[in-house]
Design a protein. Structure first.
Length: 236
C-alpha cells in the first residue's frame, strides 16, 4: 500500500554543496508524472534551501538517508561517485521468511521497466547487479535483513530479496498477497539506513545514518515481543 505523509524530511547535514536528509516514507523523491502537484522532496525543501538536485532517488514508500546536491557541479561529482561504485549504501529491510544462512551474496542481472507494471526483472540479458545480504535479527515468520547494493539498478534490493526467496513486507511489486493475515508494518518495510561517500569538493569521507522511523522501530519491537503470534497467524 502507498502511504501518505505530512512530515518534512529531517536534515542530517547541510553545507554550500550538499543537503543530506532522512526522507520519510510516503514522500516522493521526484515529481509524479501523472500528478505533478503531489509533494516531493524538492517541492518541500527548496523554499528553505534554494535549488536542489536529487542525486539518487528513494522509492516513495521507503524511508531513510537521501542525498541532494546544491550546485550543478556537486551533482556531477556525486553522480560520478555513484557511477564509479564509490558510494556505499546500507539498507534495512523487514522480510518474509527466516534464512538458514547468515550472509549471502546475490549476483543476478536485472532489466528495469518490464511489463504493464514496469517491474525490474531477473534475466541473462540484464545489467550486472550484486547485493550483499546479512541477517540482523530473526523473529517468528520474519527477519530483519541488511542489504548492501554494490550496483545501483532500479529496485535492486527489492528484486534481489524477492529472488532470494525473502520478499520485503508490504512490497506491492515484488511481494506476496498479505490480506489474509496481519502484518507488523503498513508500508514497504525498506529503510535506507546509512550512506557513505566523499565530499564532492573537499574529498573528505562522509557517512550519515538515519534512525529507524517510528513505524519501522515499532514493527521491530512488536516482532521481538509477539513474533510467534505473527508466525501463527501467517500459517493459518
Amino acid at each position: 500500500m502507498t502511504v501518505k505523509t505530512d512530515l518534512p524530511p529531517d536534515v542530517l547535514f547541510a553545507d554550500d554543496y550538499l543537503l543530506v536528509i532522512a526522507k520519510p516514507a510516503g514522500l516522493l523523491s521526484l515529481p509524479d508524472g501523472w500528478n505533478p502537484d503531489l509533494p516531493h522532496v524538492r517541492s518541500v525543501l527548496e523554499s528553505a534551501w534554494g535549488r536542489l538536485w536529487v542525486v539518487r532517488r528513494l522509492d516513495r514508500d521507503a524511508s531513510g538517508v537521501m542525498l541532494l546536491a546544491r550546485t550543478p557541479e556537486a551533482r556531477r561529482a556525486l553522480t560520478a561517485q555513484f557511477e564509479a561504485r564509490k558510494v556505499r549504501q546500507t539498507c534495512h529491510a523487514l522480510v518474509f521468511g527466516v534464512p538458514a544462512w547468515q550472509r549471502h551474496n546475490v549476483n543476478l542481472r536485472l532489466t528495469p521497466n518490464r511489463g504493464r507494471r514496469k517491474r525490474t526483472v531477473v534475466g541473462p540479458q540484464g545489467k550486472e547487479a550484486r547485493t550483499a545480504l546479512r541477517v540482523l535479527r530473526r523473529f517468528g515468520a520474519f527477519a530483519l535483513m541488511e542489504a548492501v547494493p554494490y550496483t545501483g539498478r532500479r529496485h535492486q534490493v527489492r528484486v534481489h530479496l524477492f529472488a532470494a526467496g525473502f520478499p520485503i513486507v508490504n512490497d506491492p511489486l515484488y511481494g506476496e498477497a498479505t490480506d489474509d493475515h496481519p502484518l507488523p508494518i503498513k508500508r514497504l518495510a525498506l529503510h535506507a539506513r546509512r550512506l557513505e561517500f566523499r565530499h564532492p569538493v573537499t574529498g573528505a569521507p562522509l557517512a550519515f545514518t538515519a534512525p529507524h522511523p517510528p513505524d519501522f522501530a515499532a514493527a521491530l519491537e512488536n516482532l521481538e515481543a509477539y513474533g510467534d503470534l505473527y508466525a501463527e497467524e501467517a500459517g493459518n
